[in-house]
Design a binder for this molecule. Structure first.
Ligand SMILES: Cc1ncc(COP(=O)(O)O)c(C=O)c1O
Length: 401
């Protein structure tokens, strides 16, 4: 019997819950929950302002998280900015860097694999600056390839904004090679790592990425906290997009000046509890190793795919995913109808366009089902999902779909 040593750390798994929606949000281990509780129960005070003991403790915990994250991605603490999530991080880069650096005719390379948060901010910047979005043509499987990337690269390219891992197809983008080529032409590379860091380690220095965004809630951490990594000189050259307390140096009647990064981007009271709890998520990855976690997750995924691909009556859109995501539909069945069938069996799947409408458009479907796996899933979850799919196919056939 396969014992999953992590499963017991996740108190949300009870009553035979089969949770296969980790790409939307991961469950949280007890250590993260306890850490957030500790802040609320024992501290619950603001940071950076109070000089009494519990405020100092809250500030220390808040800044400890930054140190742990900086070490994890091989950055310095000044390069780790707390935000509300990947969306906020990517918006900050587009609004601040994009609006101040792009001009009419400049080009921004994106792809149809992007989550809306990696594309709409650049569309808005393009409208204001008259810059042009260039889409990397996807290959026959829907992947971003280096070869296709080079077909849209030009002397006018100023920014490349790409997802590291697609939240629908699970494909890994060759970010290392793309960044290498981009930097020979002084192009800035902005990476959406929301689906990447939950699955593998990223060394921002080795990859030489300019900006990297990710969210706590997808990688065992609390909601409401995300990170923008940026190279120090780039962050310090950017104007903040929010203004208020704690981010300024000197304020006069007419104007104000900003602290250096990261504080210039952290105006007002930040999600202190979530920041503090996020450290425990990294402690968890440090304790168990993300490679070991990914090996387990992929073994569940491969087992599921082997069984799923034998079922007639379903269509799998990414049979060769690089991460544990399966995008599929039951033939002729709207995905929202199908998802309720699973839900009645306590199986949590996602249905829709997954905030990546360009992907479902590329697939030629209005929406699809998505099963995504993580460390707490086991082979029983895989069997429950595949058995339910077999049942769903015959159930909807009987109904005349
Ligand atoms: C690839 C990708 N990018 C960005 C986001 C946005 O993340 P958040 O909602 O945490 O801002 C998501 C969330 O699903 C995602 O999967």
């Amino acid at each position: 019997m396969n014992i999953n040593k992590w499963r017991q750390d996740f108190p949300q798994i009870k009553n035979n819950l089969v949770y296969l929606d980790s790409a939307a949000m991961s469950l949280k281990p007890l250590s993260v929950i306890e850490s957030v509780n500790h802040y609320y129960q024992d501290l619950s005070v603001n940071i950076h302002r109070g000089l009494y003991d519990i405020s100092v403790e809250a500030t220390t915990l808040y800044e400890n998280t930054r140190e742990v994250i900086a070490k994890y991605v091989n950055a310095s603490v000044e390069e780790i900015v707390y935000t509300r999530g990947t969306t906020a991080s990517l918006n900050l880069v587009a609004s601040s860097y994009g609006l101040s650096h792009l001009h009419e005719g400049d080009e921004v390379i994106v792809s149809e694999l992007e989550h809306h948060s990696s594309i709409i901010p650049w569309q808005e910047v393009a409208k204001k600056t008259k810059a042009i979005l260039k889409y990397i043509p996807l290959d026959i499987d829907g992947r971003i390839t280096l070869e296709n990337f080079q077909t849209v690269l030009s002397d006018k390219t100023k920014v490349i904004a790409l997802t590291y891992v697609s939240n629908v197809m699970g494909y890994i983008t060759p970010i290392d090679q793309i960044t290498h080529i981009a930097h020979q032409k002084n192009i800035i590379v902005v990476v959406d790592a929301a689906q990447a860091l939950p699955h593998f380690r990223i060394d921002v220095k080795a990859l030489d990425i300019d900006f990297l965004a990710f969210s706590g809630h997808k990688m065992l951490g609390p909601t409401g906290i995300g990170i923008l990594y940026g190279k120090k000189h780039l962050l310090n050259s950017l104007e903040p997009t929010e203004f208020g307390g704690d981010m300024n140096d000197e304020v006069t009647k007419e104007s104000a000046s900003w602290k250096d990064s990261p504080y210039r981007f952290e105006a007002g009271t930040m999600p202190v509890a979530s920041v503090i709890g996020f450290k425990d998520a990294f402690d968890y990855f440090n304790k168990y190793s993300i490679d070991e976690i990914e090996k387990h997750t992929m073994s569940i995924y491969r087992y599921t795919m082997a069984r799923l691909s034998k079922i007639d009556g379903i269509e799998i859109y990414n049979p060769k995913s690089d991460t544990a995501i399966i995008a599929f539909n039951i033939k002729n069945v709207p995905s929202h109808d199908a998802v309720s069938f699973y839900s009645e069996k306590n199986i949590c799947l996602r249905s829709g366009h997954h905030c990546a409408q360009l992907v479902t458009k590329w697939l030629g479907v209005p929406a699809c089902l998505r099963a995504s796996f993580y460390l707490y899933n086991d082979f029983k979850d895989a069997d429950a999902f595949v058995d339910a799919t077999i049942e769903a196919v015959s159930f909807f056939k009987r109904l005349g779909f």
